[in-house]
Design a protein around this ligand. Structure first.
Ligand code: GLN
Length: 197
């Protein structure tokens, strides 16, 4: 299995390291043709306006939309914003692949970053220690979307829609490999390219 990590800006190296730790071949993606050989893609956290701008410059918007329609894709933090259908800002390029409405910078300036333990549906064992950095939240989700985790106040911070996964926090900044394993399972179940395992 080969998983790509969109490497335009943000925390892509950390995702690559996590994937390699669970024994998966992971590659950086910057150009449209590099999507062709992938079984799945991670869009990392960073700054969604910058990721959108660079993706436009590199001719990646349409190829990424096609990819997310066909293959497993996971957006973390800025990646969640980039995957969403609605962010309430028309000028910012997004993929619109997931039927969610996302509020960027939902925690405002006072609470820039925080860490908390989450119960995530589908994960066994201890609660998941999640790192939030200028994080978004999901403010509305279509009925086709499964909510995987909420904060104590009820706000949605992890969702799945079929092959698509989105988390408001940064799973690549902890030592917990469980969410990367969940994503790899989605990739395996969706069907790998011929000859892959
Ligand atoms: N607030 C950032 C944005 O709007 C996301 C922050 C992050 O990815 N850590 O893109």
């Amino acid at each position: 299995m080969i998983i790509g990590v969109l490497a335009l800006q943000g925390a892509f190296i950390e995702h690559i390291k996590m994937l390699r730790r669970i024994g998966v071949e992971a590659v950086e993606v910057r150009l449209p043709y590099q999507l062709d050989r992938l079984d799945g893609l991670i869009i990392p956290g960073g700054e969604s306006t910058t990721i959108g701008k660079l993706a436009t410059e590199y001719g990646l918007i349409e190829p990424l939309r096609r990819f997310a329609r066909a293959k497993p894709t996971w957006g973390t933090c800025a990646g969640m914003i980039f995957l969403a259908k609605d962010i309430g800002i028309d000028e910012q390029p997004i993929l619109g692949a997931m039927d969610i409405t996302v509020d960027r910078n939902a925690f405002g300036r006072q609470i820039d970053s925080f860490e908390t333990d989450l119960e995530i549906s589908g994960l066994t064992g201890a609660p998941y220690h999640a790192v939030f950095i200028r994080a978004p939240v999901v403010t509305a989700a279509d009925s086709a979307v499964d909510v995987l985790a909420r904060l104590d106040d009820g706000r949605i911070v992890a969702v799945r829609q079929g092959r698509l996964l989105a988390t408001a926090f940064h799973p690549e900044l902890t030592d917990d490999l469980r969410l990367h394993s969940v994503f790899c399972d989605i990739v395996k179940r969706t069907g790998l390219s011929p000859g892959r395992e």
